[in-house]
Write a protein that binds this ligand. Structure first.
Ligand SMILES: Nc1ncnc2c1ncn2[C@@H]1O[C@H](COP(=O)(O)OP(=O)(O)OP(=O)(O)O)[C@@H](O)[C@H]1O
Ligand SMILES: [Mg+2]
Length: 331
């Protein structure tokens, strides 16, 4: 076994200049998630129900850049809704750090929490009935959040009405302007719900299974409305979905497993030598802040990997080998 000493070239002695250089490099290194809109750093959420503790989030790391349109997927119970409720400002994490657009989600007083929920984030639920008030028309539903957080008066009313019309038209439901939710299809209600979520020009729109109650063609229309909001208004959109069509239609899909981000798929378009465009998807494993990564279950099962592996550092990759007894030495 060799001992390596952290130091400059030559190893053994570390000069004052080396130390100063290292300290300066550390200072200049950007803080984790400095440029991200959403930063989750080792986020933990523990629920206690009937004396039993459930660790819904177990040290989840996630960065989402401003302007992203991304999907969150994962098995039932993996923690997707828990994460979304925290990002929406509806629930508070047990430990870790989470911020959205400079708002610290663990440390907001009631006033800033209300402002956060009204102005920074918009939310669309799966249940169409939960998103809209049944006794208001589509336009009145969109105006409501603006009234709650803005000024009153004749001029403001006119601006609110104009914005409601503009949003409904942009999302393809302009014709529902004067209809009540009961007179609209599920897809029309969800597109109106997106308009409501966008009413106060939030930086972020969150949606928990927004197409879950719809057939696939209607689901696609609703997803197209999220894409329009993202492209036209630059709103960052995070959608939790079980719908493969939705998960495959975004540039980035993050998978959550057991309360942690486990892997993600990034997609980009490539043009081949015949000028044909195709979408190329690559799956990546997430490496957390402590350097941990989760090996996919089918990989570990295929090689009967159980509780430890051998790692080998190569010049351009790291080899992961099953732990096998070394062959008996010949004498
Ligand atoms: N209020 C609560 N009290 C106790 N346990 C909870 C609470 N909310 C969620 N949990 C538990 O936390 C875990 C994560 O739940 P969560 O709702 O985030 O999962 P999910 O990924 O959204 O699942 P689904 O795909 O079924 O919606 C589950 O084990 C769930 O039972
Ligand atoms: Mg859920």
């Amino acid at each position: 076994m060799t001992n390596t000493t952290e130091g400059g070239a030559g190893g053994a002695t570390t000069t004052l200049a080396d130390l100063e250089q290292r300290a300066a490099a550390r200072r200049e290194r950007p803080a984790y998630g400095q440029d991200a809109l959403i930063t989750c750093d080792r986020l933990v959420r523990i629920f206690t129900a009937d004396g039993v503790e459930v660790q819904a989030l177990q040290g989840l790391d996630l960065l989402v850049a401003k302007g992203e349109l991304m999907a969150l997927v994962g098995a039932s119970g993996s923690g997707k809704s828990t994460l979304l409720n925290i990002l929406a400002g509806l629930d508070v994490p047990t430990a870790g750090a989470a911020s959205v657009g400079g708002y610290d989600l663990l440390d907001m007083d009631a006033k800033s929490r209300l402002r956060y929920r009204r102005e920074v984030v918009g939310f669309v639920w799966q249940q169409t009935a939960r998103n809209l008030l049944p006794y208001l028309t589509a336009a009145q539903n969109v105006v409501l959040p603006m009234q709650l957080s803005g000024r009153d008066g004749f001029r403001a009313k006119r601006l609110h009405a104009a914005r409601a019309t503009e949003l409904l038209t942009m999302l393809g439901v302009g014709y529902c302007h004067d209809r009540h939710p009961g007179q609209m299809s599920g897809g029309e209600q969800q597109r109106t719900a997106i308009a409501v979520a966008l009413a106060n020009s939030p930086s972020l729109v969150l949606a928990d299974e927004p197409t879950g109650e719809l057939d696939s063609a209607t689901g696609e229309q609703v997803f197209a409305a999220f894409r329009t909001a993202n492209e036209e208004l630059g709103t960052t959109v995070v959608v939790v979905t079980h719908d493969h069509a939705v998960a495959d239609a975004v540039r980035r899909t993050v998978a959550i497993r057991d309360g942690r981000t486990a892997s993600e798929v990034l997609r980009h378009t490539e043009i081949d030598e015949h000028g044909q465009e195709s979408v190329v998807a690559r799956e990546y494993a997430t490496v957390d802040r402590a350097g941990r990564l989760q090996l996919p279950r089918d990989y570990t099962a295929a090689l009967s990997i159980e509780n430890r592996v051998l790692l080998e550092l190569e010049s351009d990759h790291i080899g992961v080998w099953p732990d096998r007894p070394a062959p008996p030495e010949q004498d």
